[in-house]
Design a protein around this ligand. Structure first.
Ligand code: SF4
Length: 351
């Protein structure tokens, strides 16, 4: 199917159950046809409208004429030689490209999805930042990463993390809609505990997320042990300060009673000293949380991965902390599929 057609027509992936019921009613079908359509798209995950054989053939013909199933096209799949990790290049209806990554660890198969084409946040260590911001993805374009990749790997995806290209909370409503579609009992039915939304720390959106009481796991990228240090690598700290972030994490805990995850990318000579570990313990204090340390995945730029010795010393120092500390070694760094390495610089948008 040509991209031009996908761009012009309404896409089924991305619609929720009530939108599909409305669609059915619009075409003089009973509302339960909308529910059947929802099942075919998200539960049966069929690859074509023709395969939806409980729908009347006249309705299927109309759907095939006026709608398209998938907003995205899978263009390329690259496997890592080092780990069971695969990177996927996908194209949007108007030609822009995004990347998603599948990482396997035992029975756990995690899909890392993108939420924007490029990113406006400009974290100094991140490859996506070099693209600048191009556009937000729709909920359908986010969920379609799951559906197309699932189809191509023939393995159950056990976890989804919103941690690919883009800042999820700068595309808040579409991200929440996508998480709701992944979690919907009558569709994909992925447990809320297996869906993680990772933000760089957009404080008003963390407050909104807390107030709305979403069940998905929340992670905040801290990446610095003081306001000044964080400001140098994450200019967004100017408007979303370190203290404000920690306060919002406490509010999240008080209201949701859920553990938050704090992410900390270890950058050699920047934030990986014993002093940083001490400052982190002071900053985080008794906040019920998990701290994920992520050894940096190098891209073209001034930052480097901390030595193993330095990482070990940092982790040992944190032994006295009141929170759990884990190290997350990124997968697929040989295919630039590690955390912070995703970028598609040759965007050929026809938008
Ligand atoms: S780390 Fe995340 S928020 Fe920061 S520039 Fe990269 S994609 Fe954007």
């Amino acid at each position: 199917m040509s991209n031009a057609r996908v761009a012009q027509e309404v896409q089924l992936v991305g619609m929720d159950i009530s939108e599909m019921e409305t669609l059915a009613a619009m075409h003089d079908e009973l509302p339960f046809r909308g529910k059947q359509l929802f099942h075919w798209v998200y539960k049966q995950q069929v690859d074509s409208i023709n395969a939806m054989n409980t729908l009347p053939s006249s309705f299927r013909d109309l759907l095939a004429d006026e709608y398209v199933l998938h907003p995205l096209t899978l263009i390329k799949k690259t496997g890592s030689d080092l780990e069971p990790t695969q990177k996927f290049l996908l194209q949007l209806p108007y030609g822009e490209k995004i990347e998603s990554v599948i990482m396997e660890e035992g029975k756990r198969v995690t899909l890392c999805v993108s939420t924007q084409v490029g990113c406006a946040v400009d974290c100094k260590f991140c490859a996506t930042a070099k693209m600048g911001f191009i556009k937000n993805l729709t909920a359908g374009e986010i969920v379609d990463q799951y559906l197309l990749i699932l189809n191509s790997i023939n393995k159950r995806i056990t976890n989804v993390v919103f941690m690919g290209m883009g800042e999820p909370f700068l595309n808040y409503q579409q991200v929440i809609n996508a998480a709701d579609l992944l979690n919907h009992k009558e569709g994909i039915n992925l447990s809320a505990k297996r869906i993680t939304i990772s933000t760089v720390g957009i404080i008003p959106k963390i407050m909104r997320y807390t107030k709305e009481g979403h069940k998905y796991k929340l992670a905040i990228s801290l990446n610095g042990s003081s306001q000044d240090q964080r400001l140098k690598i994450m200019p967004i700290s100017k408007t979303h300060s370190m203290n404000g972030l920690i306060q919002s994490a406490w509010d999240y805990y008080y209201i949701s009673k859920k553990l938050i995850t704090l992410e900390y990318v270890l950058l050699a000579g920047v934030n990986d000293d014993i002093v940083d570990a001490d400052r982190l313990m002071d900053l985080i204090g008794n906040l019920p949380c998990k701290l994920n340390l992520i050894p940096y995945n190098e891209i073209d730029g001034p930052f480097h991965r901390s030595s193993e010795e330095k990482i070990e010393r940092f982790v040992n120092r944190l032994e006295r902390a009141n929170f759990t500390v884990t190290i997350r070694w990124s997968k697929g760094t040989d295919i630039s599929g590690g955390c912070g390495q995703l970028a598609v610089l040759d965007q050929e948008s026809c938008n």
